[in-house]
Design a protein around this ligand. Structure first.
Ligand SMILES: [Zn+2]
Length: 311
């Protein structure tokens, strides 16, 4: 399966910053070790262009992100210090989601080991999100004439508020968010379908709510492509999650989402979104489960072709 990574575009952070930057390189190493990718399939994405970003963001916001002239208050809301590398990393992370969408349209499934930056609004960033990769990628594949309708399946524990805001009123992209009702962001936007969950919810109730919402979203979206935000933060060991879903429960989440899409013939680009477990290894385990499950669903003839090429 084709997997895009951008962890070598390191974002300089002050000592003690709580963003788990190490999870990205650890995840890429695990993906490489497990043989999930054939030769040349673990790829660096290109940076998305201004034109691509402007399908989702205001020109004024893009201009100020690029020139480093966001106000201190705006930067605090994003949660990273500004640097040229922050801009480049944000462009590459969105490029990874776009690359995964294009690869998924060819092979059924693909992944970006970053992205899921769903708190980026049209005119501002927040919660470690600068550009909204889902909106940028969805509109890029639409602009290329490859798909008409896209479904965003956001299972990160935090609501996909920026995605909802950017895509509000756009009938060609359906946004579904299942998230902690009492968690950040405290003022929610309205997705096409929201499934708010109570604190402390466990596997059975979480999976029942997911199944209900997902079926409704798939029915309503009529999508040609899905972007799946496989956030690791509904995990019981997450510092910010407030839910109690186990690793097995999250593996079942992946199975339900990915197989439901496959059964309807919808290609899926998997993205990472959040994950703040007390032990970063747990976050990486949860993300790796999602990647592995998607790779297992790439049709056999794709794998066979790959073998033939290798021979
Ligand atoms: Zn999150």
């Amino acid at each position: 399966m084709k997997v895009f990574y951008s962890d070598h575009f390191v974002l300089p952070l002050p000592e003690g910053h709580r963003f788990p930057m190490s999870k990205y390189s650890m995840l890429r190493e695990r993906v490489a070790e497990e043989g999930i990718c054939g030769p040349g399939e673990l790829r660096t994405p290109r940076a998305v262009t201004d034109e691509e970003i402007l399908r989702a963001h205001d020109p004024d916001y893009l201009g100020r992100v690029v020139s480093g002239t966001l106000t201190p208050k705006e930067m605090r809301r994003i949660g990273f210090p500004w640097s040229e590398r922050m801009v480049e990393r944000s462009r590459r992370a969105s490029g990874g989601t776009l690359g995964a969408c294009l690869a998924a349209l060819q092979e059924g499934f693909a992944a970006n080991l970053a992205g899921g930056t769903h708190h980026a609004f049209s005119g501002r960033g927040e919660g470690y999100c600068v550009f909204n990769d889902s909106a940028i990628a969805a509109r890029a594949v639409q602009a290329a004439g490859l798909v008409e309708r896209v479904l965003v399946i956001d299972t990160d524990v935090h609501q996909g508020n920026g995605t909802a805001e950017i895509l509000r009123g756009d009938d060609t992209v359906f946004t579904f968010s299942i998230h902690g009702a009492k968690n950040f962001p405290f003022r929610k936007e309205q997705s096409d379908l929201d499934a708010p969950l109570p604190d402390g919810i466990k596997d059975t109730s979480f999976l029942a709510a997911l199944a209900r919402g997902l079926e409704a979203a798939l029915d309503a979206a009529g999508a040609d492509l899905a972007i799946y935000l496989a956030g690791a933060d509904p995990f019981v060991g997450d510092r910010l999650g407030r839910l109690s879903v186990s690793k097995a429960g999250l593996a079942e989440r992946d199975r339900v989402v990915l197989e439901s899409c496959r059964d309807r013939g919808i290609p899926v680009a998997v993205t990472m979104a959040g994950g703040y477990a007390r032990k970063v290894e747990d976050t990486v385990d949860v993300h790796l489960q999602s990647i592995r499950r998607a790779a297992d669903l790439v049709p056999r003839e794709m794998t066979d072709q790959k073998r033939t090429h290798q021979a």
